[in-house]
Design a protein. Structure first.
Length: 512
């Protein structure tokens, strides 16, 4: 079973950065059973004790029927988002407690919170936050569990599960709370914390409008994605997710429920747009601008197969050089470098492109280079869709299968690219299983004031893409080798950062 090394590195960073002494399970400060019971009664019995999802696959809790269901859904992102104790990456659950280890292997609680509030309304969230404050509990927030830095779980912690706070409401003339009634309203949609992008996109399609959202179907539309910046297939046209937020409803650390917008709590409104999830409050809902429907969407999928590492270097360099033209034409996309297989693929999403041919023209230099590179094979297939939602269903399903974040680094194409090309083979081949890339900047992203939101202002400059590096191990890998693999991925990130400017920017939700 492969596991991304970023996730364990992230744990060290988070654990080492806590500046407050929180009360954890097993300590004398931990609330008594009677205290928990009274709290549970105050929230109408919505307190649960989550377990790692593979718990019923191990003695003494083994249950064959339940375990078979867990095995059947182990890699199902929708199923995981509906389990209180499951994360999207099992490495943040309980190491060794999975479907691949033997039944007699002990299953521990691991990073899964001891108790969780299944919040059904805003009052549940408010009471849970106040309870955590009163007893100085380490509080974590989980919606879908898509956090690759492990912020949705925590050893010995107390959790709020927001996955049932549903609601999608459209407004033709939204005015933020606290603003003048004379203010011109904005077409908008308000989504609850539990809504996932696939459902928001469907609702937008039903209303014949466009919403700037994420590229994964099961990611929450009002949680860590938007608080980390929110890169989107539509960023070239309308900016990042944070550039489209009109208002948040949040529960602050004192349990109070507030609105944060351009008229009320403006400092929190600024911070929530890019400052990171689970930081400034618990989001109950987010209101986004909405945009007109797209005329068409072209998707081009390209596969490049090479016969040697050097050819991979050459073809990657061509991709770097071609990328500015691709983005200038309005296309954005995602790439997947499979290092051991000597191949990479790219999926381009081109809103309002006149034709598949026009989108293909943006990647023609890659085909031209392949024709002079013996053994290199390049193929592509393009499809034109009439609506954004029609495009999303097949395209996001492909991305869900391919995209597994690891250690992240933003690169600026053309800046010191010769150094990257020179060291690619020496750095990447001994360490990495894969390297993924997403085009994140350019276009409308650069049009917004860098200081208008809490996002790193470097996003507004020349950044066009970010790399995500991944390695892995199996259940027989020694702890010593696992640590070596983890260090190797981080070292690659640091070495490339020295060439491209590591201190400039990284995507908050996929950082090292």
């Amino acid at each position: 079973m492969a596991r991304s090394s970023l996730l364990l590195v992230g744990l060290l960073l988070i654990s080492g950065s806590l500046g407050v002494d929180y009360c954890s399970f097993g300590e004398i400060c931990w609330p008594s059973d009677s205290t928990w019971s009274n709290f549970n009664a105050s929230i109408n019995g919505r307190l649960v004790a989550p377990r790692p999802p593979a718990w019923p696959c191990h003695d003494p809790n083994y249950d064959e029927a339940t375990c078979n269901n867990v095995k059947a859904n182990w890699e199902n992102s929708f199923w995981r988002s509906n389990q209180t104790g499951a994360m999207q990456d099992p490495v943040w659950e309980s190491p060794g407690c999975d479907i691949y280890t033997l039944r007699n292997v002990t299953c521990n609680q691991g990073f899964v919170p001891i108790y969780s509030v299944v919040a059904l309304d805003r009052n549940d969230v408010s009471k849970a936050v106040s309870f955590a404050k009163r007893y100085k509990l380490r509080l974590v927030i989980k919606n879908t569990g898509h956090d690759y830095l492990g912020r949705s779980s925590g050893e010995g912690s107390f959790s709020i599960w927001t996955h049932n706070l549903k609601g999608i409401n459209f407004s033709d003339s939204f005015v933020p709370k606290g603003c003048s009634n004379n203010q011109t309203g904005t077409p908008a949609v308000t989504v609850g914390a539990a809504e996932q992008w696939i459902d928001v996109y469907k609702a937008a399609n039903d209303h014949n409008v466009t919403i700037v959202g994420g590229a994964a179907r099961t990611v929450g539309a009002a949680g860590g994605w938007i608080q980390g910046g929110g890169h989107s297939p539509l960023r070239a046209m309308y900016g990042l997710g944070v550039d489209n937020v009109l208002q948040y409803t949040v529960v602050k650390a004192d349990g109070k429920i507030i609105n944060a917008n351009s008229c009320e709590n403006k400092d929190i409104f600024w911070a929530l747009r890019g400052g990171g999830g689970s930081t400034y409050g618990v989001t109950l809902d987010v209101t986004y601008k909405r945009h007109p429907p797209l005329q068409s969407v072209v998707v081009v999928a390209m596969q490049v197969n090479v016969t040697s590492p050097q050819q991979m270097v050459d073809m990657t360099a061509v991709f770097f050089k071609t990328l500015p033209n691709i983005t200038d034409q309005g296309a954005r996309g995602y790439g997947f470098w499979m290092v051991p297989n000597n191949s990479f693929s790219v999926i381009l999403i081109h809103p309002n492109s006149p034709s598949v041919e026009a989108t293909n023209n943006t990647i023609q230099p890659i085909f031209d280079r392949a024709s002079h590179n013996n053994g290199t094979q390049v193929g592509s297939i393009g499809t034109i869709y009439s609506t954004f939602y029609d495009m999303l269903r097949p395209t996001l399903a492909i991305l869900a299968l391919r995209y597994r974040p690891g250690s992240d680094l933003d690169l600026y194409p053309g800046r010191r690219s010769s150094g990257i090309q020179k060291n690619w083979r020496n750095w990447f081949w001994p360490i990495l299983i894969r390297a993924d890339v997403g085009t994140v900047g350019g276009g409308a992203v650069n049009d917004f004031d860098p200081d208008s939101v809490g996002l790193n202002p470097q996003w507004r400059k020349d950044a066009l893409l970010h790399w995500t590096f991944s390695s892995g191990w199996n259940d027989k890998t020694s702890n010593e080798l696992i640590e070596q693999i983890k260090r190797g991925v981080t070292n690659v990130t640091q070495q490339l950062g020295a060439l491209s400017g590591l201190d400039e920017a990284a995507y908050f939700n996929e950082a090292d």
